[in-house]
Design a binder for this molecule. Sequence first.
Ligand code: SF4
Ligand code: SF4
Length: 420
Amino acid sequence: MTAWDVHRPPDPDLIADCVHCGFCLPTCPSYTVFEDEMDSPRGRIVLMRVGNEPGSRPSDELRVHMDRCLGCMACVTACPSGVKYDQLIERTRPQVERVAPRPLRQRLHRRLIFALFTHPGRLRALAPLLWVQQKLGVNDAIGRRLGRVPELQAMLRLAPPVTRRAAIQRLAEVTPAQGARRGRIALMQGCVQRVFFGDVNAATVRVLAAEGFEVHAPRSPRCCGSLQLHAGVEDEALELAKATIAAYEDFEHVAVNVAGCGSGMKDYAHLLADDPAWAQRATAFAAKVRDVTELLADLEPQAPRHPLPMTVAYHDACHLAHAQKVRVQPRALLNSIPGLELREPAEWEICCGSAGIYNLVEPGAAAELGERKAANLRATGAEAIAAGNPGCAIQIGSYLDIPVFHPMTLLDHSIRGTRP
Ligand code: SF4
Ligand code: SF4
């Protein structure tokens, strides 16, 4: 008997790649906050190895240390030995869900998160209520009444500003290309993204169309499963990954404007590697997925850019910078906007604390990281922030009174000659 069960335990060969040098420790946000070796990449890899040893047993402590990992993959960027911590933690999280059961309250909390946030239809139904609450300014009062349910308090506090159109705003299923045609492309709409950041999706479609793409925005599936994948909710992640592949695989490229979704979708090949019916399709599909900035930076711009005189600090979303290694392309696109001055915050590599559902399930650590990120961004003196992930925009926005824009929103304004 070992702590891990036989279904995809963390790979001993990948574990053995870690030489315990500790180079990853300074960039690890959970180590920074908790200052415990077991909350570092090196410590967790030891726990993964121990879990593979005969006689080991799962424990609450094991679950707690794995839960404290933000999945930011800064350790993958920092590691000189090429340790694939991303693949290790991706296998470990579902193990934790199966072998180390959570207290009932935690289980209900997580169930509520996935039953709500990954269902655009349910979010749309909730949007008018949130809009009224925010208009009346009663969020804080309601939050105080929820004192005994801190889980709901955190959800309310982190709710993004909702527009009146959020409940009804929908993208056209097909948007024609403008100018010289470059081909057909699909845009993944996302779950939270399509409801609370519908304006970002609309801006992305306009930019892609202006750059010569016929843009298709399929309405289903409701979600790509990345939020579930990154939290170890394996069955649902697998089901949604297969539905996403089936819906999008006929397109030459699949554009994504949410860092977390892009990283999960590029990972489908690993997720479905053991499924003979899907492994090949998943590999072919993953090769088509591009962050929208990655896709556009590879092309000669065809839509003229108008000046957008403003100072902007670029925030590296971890799932873009570390998980997808996309750092140069969003900067190149923003630098292509005349008049826009780009600034770089200190500690770009350290997570803002958003990390999928992390700021909902680990609010204390997330708040510490959010304050730290906000201070670094504020210190740039920029008048706006650019970030390619809705979770980061919500997290940073809750600690900073500077507007946060998606790079596509800024590019869209530049192409249209308008101001954000
Ligand atoms: S994960 Fe990499 S950087 Fe971190 S201790 Fe292991 S070998 Fe060193
Ligand atoms: S993924 Fe992020 S939080 Fe987790 S061990 Fe690596 S650096 Fe630390």
